[in-house]
Write a protein that binds this ligand. Structure first.
Ligand SMILES: [Fe+2]
Ligand SMILES: [Fe+2]
Length: 453
């Protein structure tokens, strides 16, 4: 017989049904389950199917297996249970045996006092619960200790693994952002190349302007973000020139006819408009718009002056003019000649404080090009009437109206000198013809490009 209660149970064993019934009645209101058996054997079988038996209360005098024998055997099946013996006064010897061998912690004399028996059973169940709680806590502490030990012994290894993982992820992220950056500048460079491919006077104008601008901005210690915006704007600064014709692109800005001149004046705004749909490029768009402003306010499109010109735009304007000026100079002294020309525009085209940063940037960019063997000569700009056999053209030669005549590198002979002089008599050329004359050494010599032989 079993009564339904909480998580622990009590087993009572007695061969007398009356005793069992009165014990069950006594315990029926308790919070634990109560099971009963009429013999030691039955109790052992029942015990095997029960869990959390907090207390076993057994009569001593039973046929077959007596109480002390049963309690002894019950230890193997339910070792943690509290064991108690119900016995008469005459069973003292058996009682001692039950307590010594059967693990009984208490004996209750028959006849019992209900209150006293109830209290004894409650105390026993409470002790069992306490003991279980104690076991549980010990188990938790043991598990935590094991985890802690394992954690400690593996800590170094784990830290190493995690550090390696984090470093790997960081490297992947850096690679990814590097690839993104490369892609970004790849697209920008491809856009820039669209105009450079059509500009026969300077195939690398966008790249050169960007290199000079970045070098100047870095020397000025501008924030990295501003330097990158300047780089992008410098690469794209002339993209608005795509609206101009090939002929207009091939001749100097000062020689443009009215229609082409109008397109030329529009190119900064057209450039800004072209990239305005790309939000990330808008800061660069502002610099593109203002790359033809002049320090004295005589530039375009907005006629900004002085500090009103964005610093990045002023840097690009200086770099742009420098690279254009380099078109007019060849040979080992080219950079110094170009810088001398530009210095005349300090205070009118460029802010005075910007110019000092240009010299190093220009030498860094152009010196190796100018000092290679094929350029190991001094370039001069001469009148067509002064041409001599053996002189070498240092750039493509166009008539005043934009007709291509001879290519860069052509060595002049008697026939083509006569032809050129005939053409320029009919279609006078402004600014002379650029030719190279070999120098004894490669030291820069300072001469104005207007100097003639
Ligand atoms: Fe421009
Ligand atoms: Fe330009």
């Amino acid at each position: 017989m079993t009564t339904m209660h909480d998580d622990v149970s009590v087993l009572i064993v007695d061969d007398e049904p009356n005793v069992l019934n009165s014990l069950l009645r006594l315990l029926r209101r308790d919070t634990f389950s109560v099971s009963s058996a009429a013999s030691g054997q039955e109790a052992l079988e029942k015990l095997a199917g029960l869990k959390n038996v907090a207390l076993i209360l057994s009569d001593q005098r039973m046929p077959g297996m007596n109480g002390s024998e049963f309690l002894h055997k019950s230890q193997a099946v339910s070792p943690d249970s509290i064991r108690m013996l119900l016995t008469g006064f005459s069973d003292i010897q058996d009682t001692v045996k039950a307590m010594n061998e059967g693990g009984a912690t208490r004996y209750i004399a028959k006849p019992w006092q209900d209150d006293e028996l109830l209290q004894t059973i409650h105390d026993g169940v409470a002790r069992y619960r306490l003991q279980q709680e104690n076991y549980h806590q010990q188990e938790v502490i043991k598990t935590q200790n094991e985890e802690l030990q394992s954690w400690n012994s593996n800590l170094k290894e784990r830290v190493l693994v995690q550090t390696t993982q984090i470093r790997k992820q960081l490297e992947e992220l850096q690679q990814m952002s590097l690839r993104q950056e490369e892609k970004y500048y790849g697209v920008i460079a491809a856009l820039a190349a669209l105009i450079d491919l059509r500009d026969t006077r300077s195939r690398l104008h966008a790249a050169n302007t960007a290199a000079l601008s970045v070098s100047i901005a870095t020397s000025m210690r501008l924030p990295k973000k501003d330097v990158e915006t300047i780089r992008t704007a410098a690469l794209l600064h002339d993209i608005g020139k795509n609206a101009m014709s090939d002929v207009a692109l091939a001749i100097d800005e000062d020689d443009l006819v009215e229609e082409d001149r109008r397109h030329f004046y529009e190119h900064p705004v057209l450039g800004q408009t072209a990239i305005d749909t790309i939000e990330e490029l808008r800061p660069a768009g502002i610099l593109i718009r203002h790359h033809h402003e002049r320090f004295d306010g005589s530039g375009f499109p907005d006629g900004l002056a002085g500090d009103a010109i964005p610093p990045g735009a002023a840097i690009i304007a200086l770099a742009d003019r420098c690279d254009r000026e380099m078109n007019f100079h060849r040979g080992v002294n080219a950079v110094d000649m170009a810088l001398e020309e530009l210095s005349a525009q300090i205070g009118s085209s460029f802010p005075p404080e910007l110019f000092p940063y240009l010299s190093q940037a220009a030498h860094d960019l152009y010196d190796s090009r100018c000092k290679n063997s094929s350029d190991a000569f001094t370039e001069l700009n001469i009148d067509p009437s002064k041409l001599l056999v053996g002189m070498i053209l240092t750039r493509d030669l166009f008539s005043a109206s934009g007709l291509f005549l001879l290519g860069n590198g052509t060595e002049l002979n008697y026939d083509n000198i006569c032809s050129l002089q005939r053409i320029f008599a009919l279609d006078p050329l402004r600014g002379g013809i650029h030719v190279g004359i070999a120098t004894a050494d490669h030291r820069p010599i300072h001469k104005k490009k207007e100097q003639t032989l």
